[in-house]
Design a protein around this ligand. Structure first.
Ligand SMILES: CC(C)(COP(=O)(O)OP(=O)(O)OC[C@H]1O[C@@H](n2cnc3c(N)ncnc32)[C@H](O)[C@@H]1OP(=O)(O)O)[C@@H](O)C(=O)NCCC(=O)NCCS
Length: 168
C-alpha cells in the first residue's frame, strides 16, 4: 500500500463472517457512505450470505492488513438473461484504512474477476456527496450514466443517487 504495508486480497470465507459484519455495521453507522446502516448480528446469517457467493455469478473479496479484514468488495452478475452482460459492484473499507490505496486494489481485483467472467459492463451507485469514491471510480474508468435527483435524505439533506458504469 502507499504506506509500505502489505495488503492481502483474497476471496471471503465463512470464517470472515464476524469481521465482515462488524465492518459493515461500522461503515453503516457513519451514515454518509452506504445505504446499509445495519446488517444482521447473526453470524449464522452472515455465514449464509458469504456462502451465497459462488464465484460464477458473484464474488466477494476481502482486503486483509496484518491479519485483520479491513475492506470488502462484492460483485453480482445480473440474474435476468437480458442483463447477463452487466455486473453490479459494491465496496467498503473501514475508516482507519481509507486513503492508502486499498480501494483501488479492490476495484482492480473486482474488475479482473468481471473480465474473467466475460462481463461487459460494470455498474455501481454512489451518493453524490461521496467525492472520494467518485474520484476513485472515475480514475478506474467509470463515467456517470444517470443521476436520480434528491433520491436520498442523509441527516436531513437531500443527496443525489449517481449511477456510474464502465464498459469492460
Ligand atoms: C470509497 C473507498 C472505497 C475508496 O477507497 P480508498 O482506499 O479510501 O481509496 P484509495 O486510497 O484507493 O484512493 C483512490 C484514489 O482516489 C484518490 N482520491 C481519494 N480521495 C480523493 C478526493 N477526495 N478527491 C480526489 N481524489 C481522491 C486517491 O488519490 C487515489 O488515487 P490514486 O490511486 O491515483 O492515488 C473508501 O474510502 C471507502 O470504503 N469509503 C467508505 C465506504 C464507501 O464510501 N463505499 C463506497 C460506496 S459507493
Amino acid at each position: 500500500m502507499k504506506d509500505g504495508r502489505t495488503v492481502v486480497v483474497r476471496r471471503a470465507t465463512e470464517d470472515d463472517a464476524d469481521a465482515l459484519m462488524r465492518n459493515i455495521n461500522e461503515v453503516g453507522a457513519e451514515e454518509e457512505w452506504i445505504l446499509t446502516e445495519r446488517i444482521t448480528n447473526s453470524v449464522k446469517q452472515e455465514r449464509e450470505w458469504i456462502r451465497g457467493f459462488d464465484d460464477e455469478n458473484s464474488v466477494l473479496y476481502v482486503a486483509e492488513v496484518g491479519g485483520r479484514v479491513v475492506g470488502q468488495v462484492d460483485v453480482r452478475i445480473a440474474a435476468f438473461r437480458k442483463a447477463r452482460h452487466v455486473a453490479n459492484l459494491g465496496i467498503a473499507i473501514i475508516r482507519a484504512y481509507r486513503g492508502i490505496g486499498i480501494g483501488r486494489i479492490l476495484m482492480e481485483r473486482a474488475l479482473a474477476w468481471m473480465k474473467m467472467r466475460s462481463v461487459e459492463k460494470a455498474i455501481l451507485e454512489v451518493f453524490s456527496t461521496n467525492t472520494r469514491a467518485i474520484a476513485l471510480y472515475e480514475k478506474m474508468g467509470f463515467a456517470t450514466e444517470a443521476v436520480r435527483k434528491r433520491h436520498y435524505k442523509i441527516r436531513g439533506q437531500y443527496v443525489d443517487d449517481v449511477h456510474m458504469a464502465k464498459w469492460l
